[in-house]
Design a protein around this ligand. Structure first.
Ligand SMILES: *Cc1c(COP(=O)(O)O)cnc(C)c1O
Length: 232
């Protein structure tokens, strides 16, 4: 494992190559550095190398870490959010990728509204439609999106998915494609483009496949910060 700066450069290079390979503009793809389980010092090192967007998967860990870091970083919550933790989010996150129910979307909206803030939110979809740990059924996406569009305090910005774990990156491709096709079908139904702009998909093991299938945000942890001590 090299240092964080060269890991970031390598990840950016691979994202650009994957984008160019399918005729996409690499600047359409945001590299989100997932810093969960890694200390604030590692985030500071990445920030010094020009990285601005960081993702955490637990509210409590973000509460510990975010105050230690420069205020101009942009934080995304990528993990499951329990309603009772939503009240902490406006102080921490500009983006939440894990809205998977109308109720959670409304709770988040209320909390940001109270603070006169707006959160960029993504709907997390379980593309396979199987009972997954998190993510809504594809058929529920429309209802959640309608609810989010009605609420002040949130600005719906797109969709997110986590495919079932498989070491073969090709096995994730149908899920990435499924998320893109869901987005396209919602656009056809007349939902506004700004609410469906982002596709958050792809991690260390499969981000090139995700970029090839249309990802606009790739969430990369291990390839930047190294292995995590404990499984999350
Ligand atoms: C941990 C995590 C990632 C990053 O995983 P890596 O395989 O380390 O790149 C991406 N998305 C979510 C939701 C995560 O929890």
């Amino acid at each position: 494992m090299k240092d964080i700066r060269s890991n970031l450069e390598e990840a950016r290079r691979r994202i650009a190559a994957a984008a160019l390979g399918v005729g996409r503009d690499p600047s359409e793809v945001l590299l989100l550095a997932i810093s969960k389980t890694h200390p604030a010092e590692s985030v500071a090192e990445a920030a010094a190398a020009g990285q601005v967007h960081f993702g955490e998967n637990r509210v409590q860990e973000a509460r510990d870490k975010v105050p230690l870091l420069p205020a101009d970083l942009v934080w995304h919550l990528v993990g499951h959010l329990q309603s009772n933790k939503a009240k902490y989010c406006p102080d921490l996150f500009s983006w939440i990728h894990s809205i998977d129910s109308v109720e959670l979307g409304r709770e988040v909206a209320k909390r940001y509204r109270e603070r006169e803030k707006t959160c960029q939110v993504l709907i997390q979809v379980s593309v396979s439609g199987e009972a997954a740990k998190s993510g809504c059924d594809p058929a529920e996406t429309e209802e959640i999106l309608n609810a989010l569009l009605e609420e002040e305090g949130v600005s719906p910005a797109g969709l997110m998915t986590i495919p079932p774990y498989d070491p073969d990156p090709e096995s994730a491709r149908p899920y990435f494609r499924g998320l893109r096709e869901l987005r396209d079908s919602l656009l056809k139904k007349g939902f506004p483009g700004h609410a469906l702009k982002e596709l958050s998909m792809g991690m260390t093991g499969d981000f090139e496949e995700a970029v090839e299938e249309g990802a606009t945000i790739v969430r990369i942890g291990t390839a930047i910060f190294g292995e995590r001590g404990a499984p999350f």
